[in-house]
Design a protein around this ligand. Structure first.
Ligand SMILES: CC[C@@H](C(=O)O)C(=O)SCCNC(=O)CCNC(=O)[C@H](O)C(C)(C)COP(=O)(O)OP(=O)(O)OC[C@H]1O[C@@H](n2cnc3c(N)ncnc32)[C@H](O)[C@@H]1OP(=O)(O)O
Ligand SMILES: [Co+2]
Length: 151
């Protein structure tokens, strides 16, 4: 498996609205995508763009703001421990999700649940933070084509 781009950093927040204010007023972010519910993953999501090496917005690493949708959300417990919000996961792209899954399985890394469709519409899976140097790690298949982020 070959490591791809750092697609996004997931940040758990009790309030996407408050986090948007923070990224705009404190961090100087200018591009915020429309928030949407991802019921299947138990979270409300809002992507914030950071520029790529050429200074262009739309293809750089994103901040993924995630707010829980209800008590059963996978981030509910995390927010109980971090009520003000905190960095939650890192997401790396790979060319082929099934190859990547095999790669980690063969190393005995714990994969959390099935491969499913993530917020960018491509397959994703998660790896347990205790097997990944303390970081909850999301692996995402690179979107095909030369697309800018639509969300
Ligand atoms: C928006 C969609 C999608 C995308 O396309 O981008 C997303 O990103 S969705 C994001 C939310 N989804 C997930 O997080 C799914 C995967 N997560 C899980 O399966 C669980 O949350 C978990 C990681 C297995 C944690 O289990 P849980 O039962 O909730 O918590 P525990 O408190 O028992 O945790 C066990 C252990 O791990 C430590 N931990 C938990 N979360 C993290 C974290 N984000 N980063 C680092 N470490 C974490 C936790 O502190 C416990 O450690 P000990 O206390 O030392 O036992
Ligand atoms: Co994510």
């Amino acid at each position: 498996m070959k490591l791809g781009r750092l697609n996004h950093i997931g940040v758990a927040t009790p309030s996407i609205a408050e986090s948007i204010r923070y990224y705009r007023e404190v961090m100087g972010a200018t591009k915020f995508h429309e928030p949407f519910d991802l019921e299947a993953q138990g979270v409300k999501v809002c992507f914030v763009d950071t520029p790529d090496a050429a200074g262009e917005l739309g293809k750089g690493t994103q901040i993924e703001l995630i707010e829980p949708l209800g008590e059963d959300s996978p981030i509910a417990k995390f927010l109980e421990k971090n009520p003000a919000g905190a960095q939650h996961h890192v997401c790396y792209e790979v060319e082929d999700i099934e190859d990547a899954r095999k790669w980690f399985e063969e190393m005995g890394k714990r994969i959390l649940g099935p491969t499913r469709i993530g917020a960018h519409g491509t397959p994703i899976f998660f790896l347990h933070p205790k097997d990944m140097m303390g970081q909850l790690t999301e692996i995402m298949e690179t979107p095909k084509g030369d697309a800018h982020w639509s969300n």
